[in-house]
Ligand binder design. Structure first.
Ligand code: G3I
Length: 489
């Protein structure tokens, strides 16, 4: 067991050092300013440096295993429910929805500051028995009702939904299934239904064996996305499952595939990564390919330890059965730490455009609540914590001190008098948290006339991915969208 497995924290090294600098100043000690891009010690923190996330699939049944939940909560900043948000789990009887297991994962994740991807709404597999026996217009309606029912429950809460999963054959034709039997337009109907059900969440098509650019299935999916974009069918992202298991391996043209999909105007993500025997070169290569493509927004591995994998006999994950970091973990971490800030202009919400930099307006001394324009919810310090590094979130406005912010003459937004709103980094996706006020530029904010609040250090906007209670606040390229507008009152 490597010792650092137990000492790594979610707190960026820069902030720990910032605290040390402040303490040293108080004692009259001269310190050299640390490197702003010091290597991060966890996968999530390392990915966040370039505005990306690093996630894992989580099984509700394993959350009681403390080794599992400790690693998952420490290393990752995105979670996908491995089975709990699939159709058989969420609608076991027609019209009767069940969210207990999915919510267990959602609550576990958001209580720890992790975001959640939804997986999956329309799929030929893992359908409940009643759905398997339907066909034609009855199945089409059941699919629509299912999407509406599940998305209503998670509205405003998720980073993305895998709307449709695995709808293509290996040769690039459509997979024959009961859903395909309802008509070739079933996929676009699913996406249009999903956009109406929750306009704030990113909508993804997700599949395996679409990593090799010259493969028939890759071209089939590519042509569908191109067609959707040309006809205005709502789609925001493509998930490449990236199962390099069962005989598959990293193709040399993987980056070409990612950049080709991205060039269609969608985000790309690696959504279910696992690699036979956790080959370090393949793990490093797939990570680097994502880093090299600005619209590759994140990587998710399909489980925590080898023993948690659907293919455990191939030992395909980043932690061994005992929870020790494997060599592949280090190869991924190093690749993430070598990335420069992501220059992507990729939107945080569908259909984003850029907007010019506005001028600050609110007078110093003003303040009170910071209310999200899209959500109507307040920027809130969870559980009234005063701990440095506590990430702020959206929550129902309640007038309490953990939602009361003051804009100072030095552009700080203070809470409880001595804590400042603090950007944990300057790249897209960097966390926004509270930290002891230290006068640095990552704690200075411009409150602008157009409703945005921009970081002085980063120039980026306060941003949220959704509207629900518990949604975390981050910084992101200013887009002009309502998820980046706030009222200070
Ligand atoms: O929970 C039951 C348990 O009560 C029962 O005793 C046991 C008997 O076999 O089955 C258990 O359910 C299993 C479930 O995983 C939870 O472990 C199912 O049989 C099993 O089929 C299911 O497998 C899942 C598989 O999707 C189903 O298609 C895997 O966990 C899950 O990792 C896998 O994930 C898929 C993605 O959703 C889509 N892409 C491929 C990926 C890997 O196959």
């Amino acid at each position: 067991m490597e010792k650092e497995a137990f000492v790594a924290t979610r707190t960026p090294a820069r902030l720990l050092l910032a605290g040390a600098v402040a303490a040293a100043a108080a004692f009259g000690v001269i310190m050299v300013t640390p490197d702003a891009n010091a290597a991060a010690g966890t996968l999530g923190a390392a990915a966040a440096q370039s505005g990306r996330y690093f996630g894992t699939a989580v099984a509700a049944s394993r959350l009681g295993d403390s080794t599992y939940s400790t690693i998952a909560g420490r290393e990752f900043d995105m979670v996908t429910a491995e089975n709990e948000m699939k159709p058989d789990a969420t609608e076991p009887n027609r019209g009767q929805f069940s969210f207990s297991s999915g919510d267990q994962i959602y609550n576990w994740a958001t209580q720890r500051g992790l975001k959640v991807r939804g997986h999956t709404l329309a799929w030929h597999s893992q359908q409940p028995g009643w759905m398997q026996s339907l066909s034609g217009s009855s199945l089409r309606q059941a699919m629509i009702d299912h999407i509406n029912g599940v998305m209503a429950h998670y509205k405003g809460k998720l980073a993305a939904w895998d709307v449709v999963n695995e709808a293509f054959n290996e040769d690039g034709s459509r997979r024959s299934s009961n859903l395909q039997g309802t008509g070739n337009d079933w996929i676009e109907v699913a996406f249009r239904t999903a956009r109406s059900a929750d306009p704030s969440v990113k909508l993804c098509y997700n599949d395996y064996n679409i990593e090799n650019w010259s493969y028939g299935k890759t071209q089939g999916v590519y042509n569908m996305i191109r067609d959707f974009k040309s006809r205005g069918v709502p789609i925001d992202c493509v998930g490449l499952q990236t199962h390099f298991t069962g005989g598959s391996s990293l193709p040399g043209n993987f980056q070409t595939t990612l950049s080709s999909f991205a060039a269609l105007g969608v985000d790309v993500a690696l959504t279910e990564v696992d690699v036979t025997n956790a080959s370090t070169s393949q793990y490093a290569g797939l990570t680097q390919a994502c880093i090299n493509v600005p619209r590759c927004i994140g990587i998710t591995v399909w489980g925590v330890r080898d023993s948690d994998s659907w293919r455990s006999s191939e030992s395909p994950l980043l932690f061994d059965n005992s929870g020790n970091k494997k060599a592949a973990y280090t190869s991924v971490l190093n690749a993430l730490n070598s990335a420069s800030p992501n220059p992507t202009t990729s939107p945080t919400s569908p259909g984003t455009t850029t907007s010019p930099t506005p001028s600050p307006t609110v007078s110093p001394g003003g303040g009170g609540r910071i209310v999200g324009a899209q959500s109507g919810r307040c920027v809130d310090v969870p559980n009234s914590s005063t701990s440095n590094g506590t990430r702020v979130q959206l929550y129902d406005c309640n007038g309490q001190s953990n939602q009361a912010w003051t804009l100072t003459s030095s552009k700080q937004l203070t809470v409880y008098g001595s804590r400042c709103l603090d950007a944990a980094g300057s790249g897209n996706g960097s966390a926004v948290q509270i930290y002891s006020c230290n006068g640095q530029a990552n704690q200075q904010w411009n409150v602008n006339s157009n409703g945005t609040i921009t970081g002085v250090q980063s120039g980026r906007c306060l941003d949220v991915w959704g509207t629900g209670n518990g949604q975390q606040v981050q910084i992101y390229d200013c887009s002009g969208q309502s998820n980046q507008r706030f009222a200070l009152n």
